[in-house]
Design a protein around this ligand. Structure first.
Ligand code: ZN
Ligand code: ZN
Length: 313
């Protein structure tokens, strides 16, 4: 009787998680399930006029969120993806350009105000701890007021920041091993890609990078590579509209990857699926999916997905 009730409860909670888990639960075993959701796919800090939100990628492993980067709009995109902010658990920052960390502090705040029941662990290059402390100072008046007035816990104690300055193992738990690889993103030297090896799937997130053969090595045999991409005719159209944009073009050329080179990296890594994200420029609707992927396909024969906000892979 007791056994049956436990089985029922397990099945019932499984149903709440995902209907597709049911066949496994019925057999008495629950398999790992790793999902990838692109939250924001527009490269760069400018808030786009339409379409894509600023960079952020979510990996759900057995329904536990692992968030990579926090561009502007990440809180809203998480909610739209049906991830309540009080479920936040792990955050990874690839580098300290603002399109990747602008909403880091506000997201911590939003998780706290939603009533986060567990701790948050945040991982990233040096500077992340100070950024977190500075953000909580910025909102000190509000936080101190609400702690007394609303009886809330101290948000500074909910967040543990783990900084690193060289590549290696970032996190290991029962569900996943996370490692980092340094990528080429001048003038920033502390720029990283992350690899998530779960039991069912391995996923690599490139972060921002120029063509990096070492990233191909790092991504060897991964199921999914989410790679940034830059389309030069679109960049030229963009800079022609901006004053003093000569430096911007030079920066973009040195720091990001053209479609052909994304294809080279994916082919060399031998990944099954390549997902394009962090589009530069990210809000030029005249660039078609075929234009984004054409150069890639010259070198890579696997599955290519031109990313969209909230797309699940
Ligand atoms: Zn970026
Ligand atoms: Zn960057």
């Amino acid at each position: 009787m007791q056994q049956t009730r436990r089985q029922f409860l397990r099945a019932a909670s499984g149903f709440a998680v995902s209907c597709s888990l049911l066949p496994h639960i019925a057999l008495g075993r629950q398999e790992t399930r790793t999902r990838i959701i692109l939250l924001g796919t527009k490269g760069g800090p400018r808030v786009g006029e339409a379409g894509r939100s600023n960079p952020s990628t979510l990996i759900l492993i057995n329904d536990v969120p692992y968030l990579i980067d926090c561009g502007y709009g990440t809180s809203r995109q998480l909610i739209t993806a049906n991830v309540a902010l009080n479920r936040l658990r792990y955050i990874f920052i690839t580098h300290h350009h603002s399109d990747h960390n602008l909403e880091f502090g506000p997201l911590l705040y939003n998780a706290w105000i939603t009533g986060i029941p567990a701790r948050i662990d945040a991982y990233g290059p040096r500077g992340l701890a100070k950024m977190s402390a500075d953000f909580f100072n910025y909102l000190k008046f509000d936080i101190d007021t609400r702690m007394v007035d609303e009886g809330r816990p101290d948000p500074r104690k909910l967040v543990t920041v783990h900084e690193f300055a060289k590549p290696g193992v970032v996190l290991t738990n029962d569900e996943v091993k996370v490692t980092s690889c340094r990528v080429r993103h001048p003038p920033i030297t502390q720029a990283y890609a992350y690899r998530f090896d779960a039991t069912d799937r391995s996923v690599v997130i490139s972060g921002d990078t120029a063509y990096s053969p070492e990233l191909a090595e790092f991504a060897k045999g991964a199921d999914v590579l989410v790679h940034e991409v830059m389309y030069m005719p679109g960049v030229d159209a963009l800079v022609s509209r901006l004053p003093n944009a000569k430096r911007l073009r030079e920066h973009l050329m040195a720091a990001h990857t053209l479609p052909e080179d994304v294809g080279r990296v994916a082919a060399r890594a031998g990944v099954k699926t390549l997902v394009l994200s962090h589009f530069v420029p990210g809000d030029d609707a005249s660039i078609t999916d075929d234009q984004w992927s054409e150069g890639v396909r010259k070198h890579f024969n696997g599955r290519v997905i031109v990313g969209k906000d909230l797309l699940e892979i």
